[in-house]
Ligand binder design. Structure first.
Ligand SMILES: [Zn+2]
Ligand SMILES: [Zn+2]
Length: 244
């Protein structure tokens, strides 16, 4: 353990406040020996986020570049109290991998843990959602148990976001919350992903801080969905069945 074959959360220029291209990102992934990378560009509700046309046109791109498996998706935003996302199901259904996140100024603002949890649970009703992005976030507190239980029931991955743990982060108190989320996931056998959330290509595959927090917590390797390409592919396969 300690080596991960995939990074399932990377941003490019298309996200509006990230700094690398798809080609640059893949070169770095290849150099670091990654077998797969998922581009989760910010959805249209985030200021500067990609337009819906960007997502609907991802079909023109190859899914293997320089020997790296590439998954194109979105980091969707919750836009209202009903847990509605900022991309239509017709677009989501064509993406390879879909994350959901709370971000300010996207329509839904923090209303405290009880309400945030209720709204996220509604968002998780959407069968196209594959991963909860950076749930350990004091700006949008959540009740951990119901979220992890819903993730288990709907086979949604819970992210352990390395970006939130960097000293430069704006996500306050993320360390303690990250540990709490992770422990609950391990207890319930819910899949987690250790992701960089890189906004610059050199940061791709950097999940040291996230791994540092959980490595002594008795985690079953098969629960870390980005550890091996096969594990992730079988996850996608199984998840797809649930959407049909
Ligand atoms: Zn971002
Ligand atoms: Zn992100």
């Amino acid at each position: 353990m300690g080596r991960f074959e995939l990074d399932l959360h990377v941003h490019t220029l298309a996200s509006g406040h990230a700094f690398s291209t798809i080609s640059e990102s893949i070169k770095v992934a290849q150099k670091k020996g990654l077998k797969g990378i998922a581009f989760l560009e910010h959805g249209p509700a985030l200021p500067g986020g990609a337009h819906p046309y960007y997502f609907s046109n991802l079909k023109v791109l190859p899914r293997e570049i320089n020997g790296v498996q590439v998954f194109f998706g979105a980091e969707t935003n919750i836009v209202d109290d009903n847990g509605r996302l900022d991309l239509e199901d017709t677009i989501l259904s064509e993406l390879d991998f879909v994350g959901v996140a709370f971000h300010p100024r996207c329509g839904y603002e923090n209303q405290g843990a009880v309400k945030n949890t209720e709204v996220l649970l509604k968002a998780l009703e959407n069968p196209y959602v594959d991963m909860v992005v950076h749930p350990a976030n004091r700006a949008f507190p959540l009740e951990i148990d119901p979220i992890v239980e819903a993730a288990k029931e709907k086979r949604v991955i819970v992210e352990i976001n390395n970006n939130s743990l960097l000293p430069i982060t704006t996500r306050q108190g993320a360390r303690e919350l990250t540990i709490e989320f992770a422990l609950k996931c391990f207890e319930e056998h819910v899949l987690v992903a250790l992701n960089s959330d890189a906004h610059y290509a050199d940061l791709i595959g950097k999940v040291d801080e996230a791994y540092e927090l959980i490595k002594e917590k008795n985690v079953l390797p098969e629960l870390i969905v980005n550890s091996r390409l096969e594990v992730f592919l079988s996850y996608l396969q199984e998840k797809k069945k649930g959407k049909e």
